[in-house]
Ligand binder design. Structure first.
Ligand code: ATP
Ligand code: MG
Length: 722
């Protein structure tokens, strides 16, 4: 058997986990110890030995990307192509169930998924509708509250009445929001899980069907599962199914989103027969990287206690770059990556990780300047770009006329003389009648509730969508998308705009067509390709980018790096207040979660890890000066190699650049960090200096021209007030 040959490559506790016949199995192990690998091998083992049919397997991973990889690995391990396995994220699987059982759940057949952007918009609108001023209560707070309730499995009707007026208001918004979702036939992320859970509770025959089917359920990254997800799993598994979970308490990083690491301990209480297997050998990182990771996490309390070891080589020390500011940091990282590329390394093997999405812009600029291809995960997702969302909104309206969010978005895009006032009237009608905006539009036209011109425009819009629907009924998904772009007027609209941005918009819309062309759904049994695609888009965690195919460096937040590995990892912004983040620094649980995030970051690196921090950083429009992150200090010094700006500056730099000021540039009135003006290159900032007297030169990062090294004697730089 093919799988038996593969198993030889696993160590003995890994094999034990793969072959365990215990009904409940918990693999508790640190980063890079092969948990995910155990899961894929276990699936292949179950299928090839005939213990399970592919149909009987349900596996849950954390991202769509991880799910695709898992499916691919399993396929590689098996001599045949297994069909019928359900592998996906909690949200993805829940969506699939909702699509299959929309009737039982009393959802419209074409219901759509709201992403968090759309959700916020809807919360805002609901607040206006019920007369709550968004200055007294921020819509984001209400959104947060709603999601928190749903993660705990509570509907508005279940939330306890409170004497606190703030809570009462939040509850009121939640209630109105629930009704608005119901009216428009949309579900948000939390709702997917909640409904999937209610499907089990309220429809015993359906539950029984899936209990009979899924005899083996496997969960990766179990430490980040929240209350409703765990409840859903437990009900699904019932008395008979086998449940395997793998996780690492040290990598629990979603506490802020309702994840409960305690579920790891709860698991063996809920299932007293649980076999617990620990894996302690790390196969991913060099000994140096591993020692650093162990040292950092050692500062946390209340751990379940695991040490990782490796037989791998010591490897290079961890570089720590002390950047002058964030621009210098980005430049340095780009330079290091460039060098690796010159040495023949592949960009796919490199990742820059950061704590906050806001850090990515400067990093991107440096990479663009160095002509290094990169790809951002998370951040502004491809599907969140305005022009892409517009096309998607047309598609959503074709799939479901009651999708108010989609309708509001494009009713006047491109402009078709439906002004804010008209939309306000439609909203009022919808509110009064308790119906969707689409129905309100029909009513308004029919009963002549709008002025003539507006009425004609609304009528034309209704016809446009109905026509698009008819014309595309028989089309393939990518033809439909192309047709929507052409016939909606969006293409023409952007063609009329001028410049680079407009061109990028047109390209992005075309990229959407490619995305639909390449889209394969495995769920054609229950869902139309259009519905499946729209769902994938909403559930996509920023995994798709416009230039998906090129070898490129990955940029992502530390959170989205979970489960991944790269030979070369750079963690940028290792500064107090940024990482650990200031919002979490002051209370111990927050700080410990930040530290786990740091542990996740460090353990992504296989061969070489580089950390960097900036002595000053401009972010959100403010300049801040922060000390290097405590996490750097928690790494034993012998593992680190400090790197500073050009060596000629020596210690002068760390004492505020005074050495440079006195020795080299006294005649020029220029110091490190100084803002300067160049007659040709414009404004910039001095990053480094070298040489003396007539040979004195400086490296300046210009705002629009990039980094240049200039001879001071000739450069005609003038110092600016900073
Ligand atoms: N027995 C083994 N022999 C050789 N390589 C292994 C073995 N087990 C795991 N690996 C490799 O080690 C790396 C880490 O494995 P894997 O991603 O499964 O770890 P993990 O425990 O899931 O990590 P994380 O906690 O980060 O998710 C992978 O490249 C994997 O292929
Ligand atoms: Mg893993």
């Amino acid at each position: 058997m093919q799988i038996l040959e593969q198993l030889v490559q696993l160590n003995s506790p890994q094999q034990q986990a793969v072959k365990s016949d215990r009904q409940h199995l918990l693999v508790l192990a640190g980063a890079g110890s092969g948990k995910t690998r155990v899961l894929t091998h276990r699936i292949a083992w179950l299928v090839e030995t005939g213990l399970a049919s592919p149909n009987g397997i349900l596996a849950v991973t954390f991202t769509n990307k991880a799910a695709r990889e898992m499916r691919q690995r399993v396929e590689e391990l098996l001599p045949f192509n297994p069909r019928g396995m359900w592998i996906g994220t909690f949200h993805g699987l829940a969506h699939r169930l909702l699509k299959a059982h929309w009737k039982a759940l009393k959802l419209p057949e074409g219901f759509q998924v709201l992403d968090s952007d759309d959700q916020l918009r809807l919360v805002k609108r609901v607040m206006t509708d019920i007369g709550i001023n968004d200055e007294t209560l921020q819509p984001k707070t209400a959104q947060w509250y709603i999601n928190e309730q749903k993660d705990e499995g509570r509907r508005a009707a279940h939330v306890m009445e409170s004497s606190d007026p703030f809570d009462t208001t939040l509850r009121k918004i939640y209630l109105a929001y629930e009704q608005a979702c119901e009216r428009s036939g949309v579900v948000d992320f939390g709702e997917l899980l909640l409904r999937a859970h209610e499907l089990w509770l309220n429809h015993p025959p359906i539950l029984e069907h899936y209990q009979q089917r899924f005899r083996y359920v496997l969960v990766d990254e179990f430490q980040d599962i929240n209350t409703i997800q765990y409840a859903w799993l437990r009900v699904l598994c019932g008395q008979q199914s086998h449940l395997t979970v793998v996780g690492d308490d040290d990598q629990s990083i979603y506490g802020w989103r309702g994840a409960k690491v305690e579920n790891i301990q709860q698991f063996s209480k809920d299932y007293p027969d649980t076999e617990i297997i620990r894996l302690e050998q790390n196969y991913r990182s060099t000994a140096t990287i591993l020692k650093a990771a162990n040292a950092v996490i050692d500062n946390n309390s209340g751990r379940l206690g695991k040490e990782l070891w490796t037989t791998g080589e010591e490897g290079d020390p961890i570089d720590v770059y002390a950047a002058f500011n964030e621009i210098d940091e980005a430049r340095y990282l780009a330079e290091q990556i460039e060098q690796l590329l010159e040495q023949g390394e592949n960009a796919l093997d490199m990742a820059i990780l950061y704590r906050s999405n806001a850090q990515s812009r400067v990093l991107e600029e440096a990479l663009i300047q160095a002509r290094i291809p990169y790809r951002i995960y998370g951040g502004l997702r491809f599907y969140e770009r305005q022009e892409v969302k517009n096309v998607l909104a047309y598609m959503r309206l074709i799939a479901n006329r009651f999708d108010d969010a989609a309708m509001e978005r494009i009713i006047n895009v491109p402009t078709r003389a439906i002004g804010g006032k008209t939309v306000e009237t439609l909203r009022a009608i919808a509110r009064e009648q308790g119906c969707a905006l689409w129905q309100a539009a029909g009513l308004a036209v029919h009963n002549k509730l709008l002025p003539g011109r507006a009425s004609n425009a609304v009528q034309a819009f209704i016809e446009l969508i109905d026509e698009l629907n008819q014309e595309t009924a028989e089309m393939e998904l990518h033809e439909l998308t192309q047709h929507v772009i052409d016939a909606s007027g969006l293409k023409e609209h952007h063609q009329k705009e001028k410049g680079e941005k407009a061109r990028a918009r047109l390209e992005n819309m075309q990229e959407l067509v490619s995305a639909t062309r390449n889209f394969n759904t495995e769920q054609e049994d229950v869902v139309s390709p259009l519905d499946a695609f729209l769902a994938e888009v909403s559930l996509d965690a920023g995994e798709r980018q416009a230039d998906d195919s090129k070898d490129s460096v990955s940029l992502m937040t530390l959170h989205s790096a979970k489960g991944l590995e790269f030979p070369y990892v750079f963690i940028a912004g290792m500064e107090e207040s940024l990482f650990p983040h200031k919002m979490s620094m002051d209370e111990p649980t927050g700080l410990e979660e930040e530290r786990r995030l740091c542990y996740v970051g460090i353990t992504r690196a296989m061969r070489k890890l580089t950390l960097s921090y900036a002595e000053s950083r401009r972010m959100f429009g403010n300049e801040t000066f922060n000390r290097p992150s405590r996490f750097i200090r928690e790494i034993p010094a012998p593992l680190l190699k400090e790197i500073r700006l050009k060596s000629t500056l020596g210690s002068g730099f760390s004492s505020g650049g005074s050495g440079f000021k006195e020795e080299v540039a006294s005649g020029y009135g220029i110091q490190l960090g100084q803002r300067v003006m160049h007659p040709f290159f414009g404004e910039g900032i001095v990053l480094a200096a070298s040489g003396n007297g007539a040979n004195a030169s400086v490296t300046v990062e210009f705002e629009s021209e990039g980094t240049k090294e200039l001879m001071l004697q000739y450069a005609k730089l003038s110092a600016l007030e900073s």
